[in-house]
Design a protein around this ligand. Structure first.
Ligand SMILES: Nc1ncnc2c1ncn2[C@@H]1O[C@H](COP(=O)(O)OP(=O)(O)OP(=O)(O)O)[C@@H](O)[C@H]1O
Length: 497
């Protein structure tokens, strides 16, 4: 084997390229580690001054208010997602659960060139390590992501106005198209950024107004109310009211309060924020949680009477921890009231209709309770809870909806007997539904007959032995219990003295 002169040159060129690449890789790593890229870019642009012909715009992921992801960043992400398939080379891919489509977006450190009205726009997605000395469990909080847009300064006008508007509008439209509704709950860890204030799963509850068993007129009224709310953004603005509406759902357990919330979310295409109030440390955290919610959503506080000291009677006589309980806590090493939520009634009232409640817009706030009479009237007065909806025991009309849902029947010879019994017996839709689930697969007719016979038997039992207490007697029992507690506390105090 022998080398010609051309081979020698070729070898030298190849080895020079290899050396330059190696040095470049090492240098870029070094620059990245010490975050020198930024400084170099600033220096360069200063150095070139007037001669530098390009304009850069940076869009950080985290917005100025620190609690929300920047809307511009989200819209740009969506926009670039739409063009990256045609123009990019490296993507991030995720599968969307609801419609099982691939969701592609631009990978980190990728560059895309977009053409708009014959003008070139360069997009780069990048990230920068945060100078964070605290140890964080969440890796995402250590990285600040951003997009950088570059275009020639001769296209300043098109770039600033037309192109950016085009990007934001297209991105927002895309986001709405792809929007996957979520079921959020507040994160007990409660750290600083939105993703950590709320954790979520895809919202997939199947309840709809069609499957909801209740009086048809009441159902129609609720649907009309929701439609009025969702279509009347301008009206709310005109009358100077924040675009939100409060609903109080009350009734015995198993009458469909949670099912109703899911049906509302499905009807309006909203996400749900299920707020666990007992896990919220104080009013300020409650406000942060509110700010971090997005529009087109329902904020739910279930069993409001159990979540907070907002009942009228408990306000008058707040039950103190007994000595025994405090001693037990000390043995367990718990500080006094360590885990207690410090959210107050006034904090909650502010949450519903204070100044902060207006941010975001298009939101329903729903409270549910089994004991409406116990709630502080201030909490549920009209204007705060605009609509009070009672979900009650199952009537015959509601039963027909359940029979259709569960057994696929609209008529049956046993319906007459069910109707007569239902007029006399209090039974929840949950109890009716339980009887209507076929226990064996026999065939439609046999199933229906067996299920209806079971239901009739249950109704007869309920009639002979009504096990459901109504809400008033429930209230009375609670009142009695409360009086006894106060009396016992007084006696204890006297003894101590
Ligand atoms: N009105 C209803 N229409 C259809 N199904 C219902 C209805 N009420 C109850 N159910 C059935 O009973 C189950 C329990 O209902 P749900 O959880 O909605 O009641 P709830 O009033 O929220 O109860 P709780 O007060 O105990 O939270 C549901 O999964 C649903 O199958």
């Amino acid at each position: 084997m022998y080398f010609t002169m051309e081979d020698g040159w070729l070898q030298r060129i190849m080895s020079s390229i290899a050396t330059i690449s190696l040095v470049w890789v090492m240098l870029s790593r070094y620059l990245e580690t010490f975050n020198l890229n930024e400084y170099i870019s600033i220096l360069t642009s200063k150095l070139f001054g007037y001669f530098y012909p390009y304009i850069h715009i940076k869009f950080p992921e985290q917005g100025g208010d620190k609690l929300k992801r920047s809307e511009a960043y989200t819209a740009i992400e969506e926009y670039l997602g739409t063009i990256c398939v045609a123009k990019g080379k490296r993507f991030k891919a995720e599968i969307r659960k609801e419609n099982k489509n691939w969701d592609l977006s631009m990978d980190d450190k990728e560059e895309i060139i977009d053409n708009f009205n014959g003008i070139k726009f360069w997009w780069v997605s990048n990230s920068q390590a945060k100078q964070n000395t605290s140890i964080s469990f969440y890796p995402s909080s250590d990285v600040k992501r951003y997009y950088r847009l570059t275009f020639h300064r001769q296209h300043r006008e098109v770039g600033y106005i037309k192109y950016l508007n085009h990007v934001i509008e297209t991105g927002k439209k895309e986001a709405i198209k792809k929007r996957q509704r979520k079921l959020y709950t507040n994160n007990p860890e409660e750290r600083g950024y939105r993703e950590k204030l709320w954790i979520h799963v895809p919202f997939e509850h199947p309840s709809t107004f069609e499957t909801l068993a209740m009086d048809p007129n009441q159902k129609r009224e609720i649907i009309d109310d929701l439609v009025m709310f969702s279509r009347n953004k301008d009206y709310y603005k005109r009358i100077g009211k924040a675009w939100k509406r409060g609903y109080l759902l009350y009734g015995p357990p198993g009458t469909g309060k949670s099912s109703m919330i899911a049906a509302m979310a499905n009807f309006l295409d909203y996400s749900i924020y299920d707020l666990e109030l007992t896990a919220v440390k104080n009013n300020s955290m409650l406000r942060k949680l509110l700010i971090a919610t997005e529009g087109k959503s329902i904020i739910v506080i279930e069993d409001i009477d159990c979540s907070l000291d907002v009942t009228e009677k408990r306000k008058k006589a707040k039950k103190k921890k007994s000595k025994e309980e405090e001693e037990k806590d000390e043995i367990k090493g718990k500080k006094k009231d360590d885990n207690d939520s410090k959210v107050t009634l006034s904090g909650l009232l502010n949450f519903i209709d204070g100044l902060w409640s207006a941010c975001g817009g298009e939101r329903l706030i729903i409270f549910t309770t089994n004991h409406v009479k116990k709630l502080d009237p201030a909490l549920i007065r009209r204007g705060r809870m605009d609509k009070h909806i009672e979900l009650s025991y199952c009537g015959f009309e509601a039963f027909k909806v359940l029979a259709y849902n569960y057994l696929d029947i609209k008529q049956h010879p046993l319906f007459a007997e069910v109707e007569n019994l239902m007029a006399e017996v209090k039974i929840t839709p949950a109890d009716v539904a339980e009887n209507l689930i076929p226990k064996h697969r026999l065939g439609e007719e046999e199933d229906a007959t067996i299920c209806l016979e079971n239901l009739i038997q249950t109704l007869v039992e309920f009639k002979a032995n009504p096990i459901l207490e109504d809400l008033e007697s429930d209230d009375d029992d609670d009142e009695k219990r409360e009086k006894e507690t106060i009396k016992k506390e007084d006696e204890d105090k006297e003894e101590e003295n």
